[in-house]
Unconditional design. Structure first.
Length: 136
């Protein structure tokens, strides 16, 4: 994972209007290495398992709609089935988007026209994750 040095922008309520699609931007090689490093049989299964994970992610469609009052509608289409869930969202005073509970260790920030997920590190640094949202 890369600590981002690109400029993140504050998120405003107006930025969130419309439907958003979740994108998983995993590199298969990085995923394979992660499996090798974290599972005791990882060196044997890393190639086939990472390919399997990538195939599954390609078959999952996640849509998000940020609604008034801090409600988030999440629609998941996977393997011919659709499920709708609801969660909460809010913006911090720093313009960081928080999805879900009050855990501010994981924030979403605008980078260009994409909302990227970031993990907060020490001293306010942000580490960009391989998950982002794009407007539909």
């Amino acid at each position: 994972m890369i600590v981002s040095v690109q400029a993140q922008s504050k998120v405003s309520k107006n930025d969130l209007r419309g439907a958003w699609k979740m994108v998983f931007d995993f590199d298969e090689k990085d995923l394979s290495e992660e499996i090798e490093d974290n599972f005791w049989l990882g060196s044997i299964f890393s190639g086939p398992l990472s390919g399997f994970v990538m195939d599954i992610l390609d078959k999952i469609d996640i849509q998000m709609e940020f609604m008034e009052g801090g409600k988030l509608k999440i629609t998941v289409n996977a393997f011919g089935e659709e499920e709708v869930e609801y969660d909460d969202w809010y913006l911090t005073s720093k313009g960081e988007l928080i999805i879900g509970d009050d855990d501010e260790d994981e924030v979403w920030m605008l980078e260009g026209n994409k909302l990227y997920q970031y993990d907060k590190l020490s001293r306010g640094r942000l580490e960009r994750q391989e998950v982002f949202l794009v407007k539909r």
